[in-house]
Design a protein around this ligand. Structure first.
Ligand code: NDP
Ligand code: BG6
Length: 498
């Protein structure tokens, strides 16, 4: 196993939500499982006023209230946390930052291996690297220097290309880690193992045997306090451009020759570059956009999207997308991929459903059983295979049955959270599960026609919060295909134009 070199993790945006809810808990968990290096420091940087102690107190408040936490190890972890007040936009403040990093490194005997984690608003993703470079904090003579860039990487194709151009002025591609936390999910990585480590699935994994594929990313929550961000993003930028297209790449890519960053990412980009561009007809007939409206669910009154904090009352931002898309290559030609994602659905479920074709000649009944492979990304992570067996008794009737594997049944195995896995990888210098520049551009290229389409008048369907979305999304299907719905609860309005 690769031992980590001593390092200093500098988190920009240290007073923010991501640092508090994701990064620090993940780093603590790695620390408590002795997965971090023997000496390390975490230096939080933002404009809010804290000192080391008040920063530590703020960050560990949630962790300390967990009954299962070991307080002694949490106290020891805190000794590695430091804070520096600074405005990352102000280039003159980087001299003090450099001195602080050096003094921490000297005190803790850390070599100059530095990870800069950008958990700030995206407007700073090019500013911070430029300012770091102006102070030599990109130079690797005395140790590695890595940048983690949070999503969103760009706002559209043009801005993503511009961001890359700006980063490349001072950093090389192998110093840049574009994070997409879906790639850190155990169940997303498992798709590769399921496909390429088992000879029973791969021979069927193509247009000859697969009828259609569904990808669902449903969330029961609304947009919470993120109205300001979400209204400029919408479901397209928030979920499809990054997370769900990465999931599709895992489902559809060719096997890499070996598992390493280059080989894996070469295959990912190849398949993303084969996404069939959406033409006018697709945008009209293969895309359904929706927005949640007010409703009552289990005695709770759920606000409409337009009533959420930070959302304009005439907003036409989509909180629901359903899309029928294709991959133009030898393996997938003609197989529709139905993708949907939304806020305020009846439940939280992320899954991929591989719908196999029916047998060519129905020997036992006019309607052969469904053959589906369901890869449950979350929650209740696992895999389910459904097929037909003979119904006991006279005759040859078929009965649908399932083989169902749940990760929770695995004994003695430790599931790392997505951020734990990805932070560990970046500290090791393993970029396999990070998006490469060409893959990010391929994703933007695919979604750009939808972003352009939304600039003009378009149909936006209302769906009551807590339902499976506008019924119009059913019309994407033909020949008896349909969404696998964990529960059917479509909005019963015929058409609700907003
Ligand atoms: P927050 O708004 O909670 O935090 C932003 C942080 O940036 C604060 O610490 C803020 O601190 C700092 N900051 C520094 N300069 C500025 C500036 N000029 N304007 C505003 N803030 C500044 O955001 P999140 O933590 O939620 O998100 C951070 C990034 O991570 C975003 O790009 C987001 O898209 C991404 N992300 C977040 C996820 C989440 O679950 N929260 C999930 C996936 C990605 P201060 O004001 O003290 O300087
Ligand atoms: C984030 C989006 O990137 O992913 C959120 O900004 C979304 O809107 C979240 O809720 C979903 O992640 P997960 O891991 O909860 O499926």
């Amino acid at each position: 196993m690769l031992t980590l070199e001593n390092n200093c993790i500098v988190i920009f945006g240290a007073s923010g939500d991501l640092t508090q809810r994701m990064l620090i808990p993940a780093l603590y968990k790695l620390y408590s499982h002795q997965k971090l290096s023997s000496s390390f420091a975490i230096l939080g940087v933002s404009r809010s006023t804290y000192d080391d102690q008040s920063f530590r107190d703020k960050l560990i408040k949630d962790l300390a209230s967990d009954d299962n936490v070991d307080h002694e190890s949490l106290d020891k972890f805190c000794e590695h946390l430091f804070y520096q007040v600074m405005d990352p936009e102000n280039k003159y403040e980087y001299k003090a930052l450099k001195q602080r990093i050096q003094s921490i490194e000297t005190a803790l005997k850390i070599k100059s291996n530095t990870l800069f984690y950008l958990a700030t608003p995206p407007s700073l993703y090019s500013v911070i690297p430029q300012n770091l470079a102006a102070h030599g904090l990109n130079i690797e003579d005395d140790g590695w220097k890595r940048l983690v860039i949070e999503k969103p990487f760009g706002y559209d194709l043009e801005s993503a290309i511009a961001l890359d151009k700006s980063l490349y002025q001072d950093f090389t591609e192998d110093q840049i880690y574009r994070i997409d936390h879906y790639l850190g999910k155990e169940t997303v990585q498992n798709m590769l193992v399921l496909r390429f480590a088992n000879s029973i699935f791969e021979p069927l994994w193509n247009s000859k045997y697969i009828d259609y594929i569904e990808v669902t990313g449903a969330e029961d929550l609304g947009i919470g306090s993120r109205g300001g961000y979400y209204d400029n993003a919408g479901a397209m930028r928030d979920m499809i451009q990054n997370h769900l297209l990465q999931v599709i790449a895992m489902v559809a890519m060719e096997p890499p020759a070996v598992i390493n960053a280059d080989s894996m990412r070469d295959e990912v980009v190849k398949v993303l570059q084969c996404l069939k561009p959406l033409n006018e007809d697709d945008l009209k007939h293969n895309l359904v956009l929706g927005q949640y409206t007010k409703s009552h669910v289990r005695d709770e009154c759920l606000l409409s999207y337009r009533e959420e904090k930070g959302v304009p009352e005439d907003s036409r931002t989509e909180t629901y997308i359903a899309l029928k898309m294709f991959i133009k290559n030898w393996r997938w030609d003609g197989v529709p991929f139905y993708v949907r994602t939304a806020k305020r659905m009846p439940t939280r479920v992320t899954e991929v459903v591989i719908n196999f074709k029916k047998t060519p000649h129905p020997v036992f009944s006019a309607n052969p059983p469904d053959n589906k492979l369901i890869m449950r990304i979350q929650p209740d992570e696992g895999t389910l295979l459904s097929f037909g067996l003979k119904k006991p008794g006279a005759g040859f009737e078929t009965e649908p049955v399932a083989m169902d594997f749940h990760y929770s049944n695995l004994k003695n195995s430790e599931l790392l959270s997505a951020y734990e896995r990805l932070l560990l990888d970046v500290l090791k210098g393993d970029a396999t599960l990070f998006s490469r520049s060409d893959a990010v551009s391929a994703c933007w290229e695919f979604v750009q026609p939808i972003l352009d389409y939304k600039k003009n008048k378009f149909d936006l369907y209302g769906y009551a919060a807590g339902t499976w979305g506008p019924i119009e999304a059913e019309a994407l299907f033909k020949n008896g295909q349909t969404w696998r719905s964990p529960c059917k609860n479509l909005t019963d309005t015929d058409y609700c134009e907003l």
